[in-house]
Design a protein around this ligand. Structure first.
Ligand code: 13P
Length: 294
């Protein structure tokens, strides 16, 4: 299919009542796991890169890997900057060929958040790139080990409406009881708040902190307007745990297939489970019976 913009995927999702999975990537295997899983279910997917991953791998190299795989994929794949922390990061992502960028300055006062987000949206749109902003602050810190689910600030529906109107964002990340990292206790999402936001905000709504949200809550969130769900920690952990396990096998020998094949397979399996849960109910015959190996 091709490298896709994010907006066409999310607008279709919101109007048809499903969500698109967005998974953090940092290297070849993580990109292959995400795109391979999406191909196995014939569903669109979003590969996304945050500041940590960009600094770890190099934004240009990572963009080239993701674009290489996306351009050869049989399903639409978007390449998104997650939690861009300033104007320069967002511009660099656009320069590297990302099809979507997030500017996250949600910890700034409302007026400053609006002003900077509007500037990024303007430049992104001029380059044919879509933009996500955030109002309310999703807690947990993007790479925290555990999260209490407490939020520095929940999204106020009225503010969300003004934010979208004044910035022109294509997608809006909200704080409704979700947080980054593993949750200490099952999170309690505020569906009433989400419903009010969805009534006021016409653009697709994004749920960050997808790790550890129970399936039932995910289904409910989608029913109430969520069209993009971000997963990072659980995906990284799938690789990490599998790496540990394969090395404890008797007579384990260090070579590339022995060390890397199983972690990528497990991570791909996790992505397939998640996008199967988020995605549209497909007629069975459109799904391949056995996923092709990445
Ligand atoms: P988790 O790490 O909790 O899955 O959150 C990912 C995320 O929201 C990235 O923006």
């Amino acid at each position: 299919m091709s490298l896709s913009d994010m907006n066409s995927l999310l607008v279709a999702a919101r109007s048809k009542g499903y969500a698109v999975g967005a998974f953090t990537v940092w290297d070849m295997e993580s990109v292959q796991a995400v795109v391979g899983a999406a191909e196995s279910l014939n569903l669109p997917v979003i590969t996304q890169v945050g500041p940590w991953e960009a600094d770890f791998a190099g934004m240009e190299l990572l963009a080239d890997i993701a674009k290489h795989v996306a351009l050869r994929a049989s399903v639409p794949v978007a390449l998104h900057l997650d939690h861009g922390e300033n104007f320069e990061r967002a511009m660099r992502a656009i320069h590297c060929g990302f099809t979507s960028v997030m500017i996250d300055v949600s910890d700034l006062p409302f007026r400053e958040n609006v002003a900077l987000t509007r500037e990024v949206v303007k430049c992104a749109h001029a380059a044919g790139v879509t933009a996500e902003g955030e109002i309310g602050v999703v807690g947990g810190g993007i790479h925290s080990a555990e999260s209490s689910g407490e939020q520095p600030a929940m999204t106020e529906p009225e503010e969300a409406e003004r934010f979208v109107k004044e910035t022109g964002v294509d997608a809006l990340a909200v704080a409704i009881g979700n947080a980054h990292g593993f949750y200490k206790a099952a999170p309690r999402l505020d569906f009433r708040r989400l419903t009010e936001i969805a009534e006021r905000v016409p653009v697709p709504i994004v749920l960050h902190g997808g790790t550890g949200i129970p399936d039932e809550a995910i289904r409910e969130a989608i029913k109430h307007g969520i069209a993009k769900i971000n997963i990072c920690t659980q995906f990284v952990a799938a690789f990490g745990k599998a790496f540990q396990e394969v090395q404890t096998e008797p007579d384990f020998a260090y070579n590339i297939p022995n060390l890397f094949t199983e972690p990528r397979r497990r991570a791909k399996q996790l992505v397939a489970e998640k996008i199967g849960l988020f995605g549209p109910r497909l007629p069975r015959r459109t799904m391949r019976s056995s996923p092709p190996e990445v």
